[in-house]
Design a protein around this ligand. Structure first.
Ligand code: APR
Length: 321
């Protein structure tokens, strides 16, 4: 079987970690693209020189020329500016839309058969724009947000309950903004509802609810918490790990069910918009969206989050994209 080829568009913080993770896991040959001269070449030379110690023999190379992404099976896009302290993801809209349009035109030209995962923010709008400009089918255009938001939620639950994060299942749906929806009712530790464990821990339903609310709020603001500490950029290790999990599921046809920013066609009552939902990821990209029953409150939070995505898409249209 021929080796897979993975193009990473954007060789900044996330792009660099992605190149290292994907190379070390030998998911395929990696090409890192950036517009800054020498940056992707320098980063990939550094990564490739660790191959002898990390024991991988896929190639990891850098380029400033889109021709080098030809034949890619998978493209992961991080091109665009990250947040600075005090900014919301939505503040990046006009700058990053311009960049995304250019990236989409080039991916359409040079890697027309690739499956594409987008990480650039504001995520839901950037995925929508990429889909529109590239004309790629919906199963080949998705965004990474939910895997990371869910991982953050699971981490806070594990810390709170003093259990291994490996046993925590937690999912966050909706748009990748302040309105995202961590699903409390479905969160569990090896099948045991997290709320039940909290109630046993605190022997007080009100206190248990307060603790859960605090974890939900921290999850929603977790990206901003990192931005505030880093001061010069936004999270990069965890987004790179999250996109690598999606890439692995696609390249190895694992069919993992992962929260994915996918185009909705009536699922969850939404038509024609991208939002974070559970999806099966395999060799054909987003192979299907999986629905689950939401109670009235969950559905209303989800609708509210999708409304925020709609507004962002409208703002983007007003900007001419
Ligand atoms: N084409 C390709 N790459 C570009 C372009 C472009 N038109 N414009 C900018 N870039 C590159 C920059 O040169 C930079 O190396 O994108 C890279 C972005 O890297 P960082 O600034 O380090 O940002 P990073 O932390 O990797 O985040 C990238 O992902 O999570 C989101 O909000 C985050 O939108 C941001 C993106």
């Amino acid at each position: 079987m021929a080796r897979k080829k993975i193009a990473l568009i954007g060789g900044g913080q996330i792009g660099g970690v992605l190149a290292q993770l994907i190379g070390a896991r030998q998911l395929g040959d990696v090409v890192l693209f950036d517009i800054v001269e020498d940056l992707p070449q320098g980063k990939t030379l550094d990564i490739a020189e660790a191959a002898a110690v990390d024991n991988f023999d896929v190639s990891v190379t850098g380029t400033n020329n889109y021709k080098d992404i030809a034949g890619s099976d998978l493209v992961i896009i991080t091109a665009g500016l990250p947040r600075k302290p005090g900014m919301s993801r939505d503040d990046l809209l006009s700058t990053n839309a311009k960049i995304m349009k250019n990236v989409a035109e080039n991916v359409r030209e040079f890697a027309p058969n690739a499956i594409v995962i987008i990480i650039s923010n504001p995520l839901d709008a950037m995925v929508t724009l990429f889909k529109k400009v590239s004309g790629f089918p919906a199963n080949r255009v998705m965004g990474q947000a939910g895997v990371l938001d869910s991982s953050r939620f699971a981490t806070f639950i594990a810390w709170e309950l003093g259990v291994s994060v490996k046993d925590v299942n937690a999912m966050v749906l909706g748009g990748h903004g302040d309105t995202m929806v961590p699903l409390i009712r479905y969160a569990n530790v090896n099948g045991i509802p997290v709320m039940e464990m909290l109630e046993r821990k605190y022997k007080d339903k009100t206190k248990a609810k307060e603790v859960m609310t605090a974890m939900v709020e921290r999850t929603k603001m977790a990206g901003g918490e990192v931005v505030k500490l880093l001061k010069t950029g936004s999270a990069f290790y965890s987004p790179a790990s999250s996109a690598t999990a999606m890439a692995e599921s696609i390249l190895l046809d694992e069919k993992r069910l992962l929260p994915t920013c996918a185009l909705l066609n009536g699922e969850f009552g939404v038509n024609g918009y991208y939002a974070g939902v559970p999806a099966v990821l395999g060799a054909n990209g987003v192979e299907r969206v999986v629905e689950l029953s939401l109670d009235a409150e969950e559905q209303s939070l989800f609708d509210n989050s999708v409304n925020a995505v709609k507004k962002l898409v409208e703002d983007m249209a007003r900007l001419g994209f």
